[in-house]
Design a protein around this ligand. Sequence first.
Ligand SMILES: [Zn+2]
Length: 301
Amino acid sequence: MQQDFFRHPPDDASVSRKLRELARENSKLRLFRAGRSVLGREIPAIGFGNLKNAVIFVGATHGLEWLTCSLLIRFAEDFGAAWASGGELAEISVSRAMAGRGLVIVPLLNPDGVNIALYGPESAGSLARSVERMQAEYPDKGWQANARGVDLNHNFDAGWQEIRAMEIEAGFVNPGPTRYGGPFPHSEPETQAILHMMAAFSPRRLYSFHSQGEEIFWEYGGIPVPGSETIAQTLSALSGYRLIENSGLASHAGLKDWYIKTFRRPGFTVEIGKGQNPLPIEDLAPIYARLLPMMTAAAFL
Ligand SMILES: [Zn+2]
């Protein structure tokens, strides 16, 4: 029984059960595996429609930001139901808007990191002792990284050297809970899982969901991307989230940065909610209500 799914923080086991249930109930929803984590946990993916040049949504890249996973699965459930029934979502006819198009959702890119954030180092199996040591070095930092202490959103090949220098200057020299970008770009299996999906589907848009701040980042390195600013303004108008034009020090080696650099297509980081990570599960309902029109539009814009 998964009625409780949206009332508790999601982990790999509950996500897997919930997604299997959705796939059973909805013939429009295809479930597949994007890859596996460092500890061998499944990185699930949901596909709707024509996956070639689909829009892609990615969540839970950071351990403490598991509410993005709940948000994406909540959206997948309603989006799939509206498509299957020919109904509307946020006053948009999903089956009509999505004709010939597709959406891929990767709700839980970092299953090991989410489990560590929720249940502590013990959940890291064979790496439990190592996670414990890394956590002890930074006792005031919550767990954002994968099970090897690599921050996946610092692991992409877009200004990786630049951010590595900044990390070292800020004291993040070794693997740890946050902001260590790995031994080299794309060193982690979770990063590689996304790269494989990108190569397979060549997505027309990327949305990377993080928390928190009620902000949307839409640029990387001044690279001109046709249509990006207009879409960013639409997203902002629909959500009331603030557009951040220049993300300064944080703006390297993230998934959105690599996507923009590589594909030169519109890519966005959406920082959901407001408060301190992890945002409580009680924030899911109000955040979903606020973001539903934006997420529905993002699927076909
Ligand atoms: Zn994040």
